[in-house]
Design a binder for this molecule. Structure first.
Ligand code: HEC
Length: 181
């Protein structure tokens, strides 16, 4: 009789332990399920990879056609390229962010997010038209929210087209053609 009572009270005492074990099992299952969410987050991260982000147009969608249609008015030759270099390294101050060779590694580049464009990055060169580059120099990017500020008031149309040609020239270092300077 006594041992029967003992067995009963032991069983009652064990109930909280069973509950505890069951709860922790549930937590494990929940954690396993959240693994799926983690995977889809990784997928999203891939879609917004830095490369994808760099190639996205900087001209707003409603102005893109207009920007692409802009015609470069400046001829490319040794004289115009050296004039352009002077602006890039001088009053344009472009080199401070984009670097002397346009690799996006200027002296104040490190503190910038997004980073200054690397003009030697061939996929970027291929995807941009002269007109879009001109537009970005004129109006800056991200509505003034990035380090790429507008130069439309500081540099003339001609000076900005000179720079477009110079940026193209800097992009040729990766063996496409040699720089004339
Ligand atoms: C204070 C730093 C700074 C200076 C000075 C600067 N840039 Fe930039 N530039 C940036 C940054 C940052 C970006 C990247 C902006 C972005 O990703 O939206 C950029 C992007 C660009 C782009 C790429 C736009 C595109 O469509 O992808 C061009 C072209 C450009 N700059 C040209 C110039 C020229 C030419 C000058 C000189 C007249 C100049 N920048 C001066 C910081 C600078």
């Amino acid at each position: 009789m006594r041992s029967w009572k003992m067995a009963l009270s032991m069983t009652i005492l064990m109930i909280p332990l069973y509950l505890l074990a069951f709860t922790s099992l549930n937590i494990e299952v929940a954690q396993a399920n959240s693994g799926d969410n983690h995977e889809s987050a990784e997928h999203k991260a891939l879609e917004s990879s830095p490369d994808h982000e760099i190639l996205e147009p900087r001209v707003p969608a409603d102005k893109l056609a207009e920007a692409k249609a802009l015609k470069n008015t400046v001829a490319v030759n040794a004289k115009t390229l050296s004039e352009a270099k002077e602006i890039f390294m001088g009053k344009g101050t472009c080199y401070t962010c984009h670097g002397e060779k346009g690799k996006g590694d200027g002296e104040i580049a490190e503190s910038m997010n997004p980073p200054p464009r690397d003009f030697t990055y061939t996929p970027w060169q291929k995807v941009r038209t002269d007109g879009e580059i001109f537009w970005a120099i004129t109006n800056g990017t991200r509505g003034g929210e990035s380090g790429m500020v507008p130069f439309g008031d500081m540099l003339s149309d001609e000076e900005r087209w000179l720079l477009v040609n110079y940026i193209r020239e800097l992009g040729k270092v990766n063996g496409l053609t040699s720089n004339s300077k």
